[in-house]
Design a protein around this ligand. Structure first.
Ligand code: GDP
Length: 300
């Protein structure tokens, strides 16, 4: 895993420093651990939760050696990820609907288009028929970029001219998906973070219109977050979850950050499973989130 290499060295390095020369987990070690977790972008709330759980274990067992801290932390982090379903289920259950409609949301620049391209490639490699919808009609570049990915992966794309109604593109895409007997329809949406009400209205309209074709669509609302942006990623998760019902997360650019902790914090705070992680710019650089691998890489 080239991608996760950096996150792990850093967290483990800092953790080792925090416990260096100490045999017992005491208040000082816990304070240091708290700092390390926050510095790794785990987020304050989730950090406090982890520290509280470890404190409780120390209190119960009366003594905790620093040599065991590593194992216990892994357990607690894996436990937190499980509680929000992250890494519990292998991948999206696309076989449950035909076509399975995925609406992809997120702010510009987080890697939304790239993630859609990589996903289309994964599904296509599994022999699935994929249709893309260029629902980010506010930027010409967004439509062009998605077209490039559609060509690269060799899947059809439904688009209209820049400035057209995203809901209309979504309608066309879902309708084409049905006509083409597609297995998966992946629809891009605009990534402008204007005010909450506008975002909410825009996303609800897209949903409402696609539901004229498939009443229970979208089957998945995938929020893409840039894992290297720490606090911003938390803020974006807050805004999007307030605007629409987000069902799963993709956290990108974990290859470029020393702080993979954002995965732990966001999954915990928003109780939404992380389904995918982005570990590079290439077509293959999207991994189905694996809790065990992630925790291992965080500590190694
Ligand atoms: P969008 O505006 O959200 O659609 O973002 P793009 O998909 O255009 O991606 C923005 C930039 O981030 C591009 O240069 C991508 O190659 C890059 N990118 C996307 N995902 C990843 C990732 O997982 N790792 C790295 N290193 N770069 C990524």
């Amino acid at each position: 895993d080239k991608g996760l290499e950096k996150s792990k060295e850093n967290f483990f390095g800092k953790l080792s420093k925090a416990v260096a020369g100490k045999s017992k987990v005491d208040d000082e070690v816990l304070d240091d651990l708290e700092e390390v977790l926050v510095a790794s972008d785990v987020g304050v709330k989730t950090t406090i939760k982890i520290i509280d759980r470890i404190e409780a274990r120390v209190a119960k067992d009366k003594y905790l050696g620093t040599s065991e801290l590593d194992v216990i932390l892994r357990e607690e982090i894996a436990g937190l990820l499980s509680e929000s379903g992250s890494g519990e289920q292998e991948e999206l259950t696309i076989a449950s609907k035909k076509p399975y409609v995925i609406m992809v949301v997120g702010v510009n620049g987080v890697g939304k288009t790239t993630t859609i391209g990589k996903l289309a490639h994964q599904f296509k490699s599994q022999g699935k028929k994929v249709v893309l919808g260029a629902g980010d009609t506010f930027r010409a570049a967004a439509i062009d970029q998605l077209q490039i990915w559609a060509d690269r992966v060799d899947v059809p794309i439904i688009k209209q001219k820049m400035g057209s109604d995203p809901a209309s593109v979504a309608f066309d895409t879902v309708q084409s998906g049905v006509k083409m007997d597609a297995d998966v329809v992946i629809i891009d949406t605009a990534g402008r973070l204007h005010n909450k009400v506008n975002l909410m209205n825009e996303l609800s309209k897209i949903k409402r219109v696609m539901q004229k074709v498939i009443p229970d669509a979208p089957h998945e609302v995938l929020l893409v977050l840039d894992g290297s942006t720490g606090q911003n990623a938390f803020e974006q998760a807050k805004q999007f979850t307030a605007a629409t019902e987000v069902t799963s997360l993709a956290v990108t650019k974990l290859d470029g950050t020393a702080k993979g902790g954002v995965v732990i914090g966001i999954s915990d705070q928003f109780k939404i499973p992380v389904k995918y992680i982005g570990v590079g710019e290439g077509i293959e650089d999207l991994q189905i989130f694996n809790k065990i691998e992630f925790v291992d890489s965080f500590f190694k």
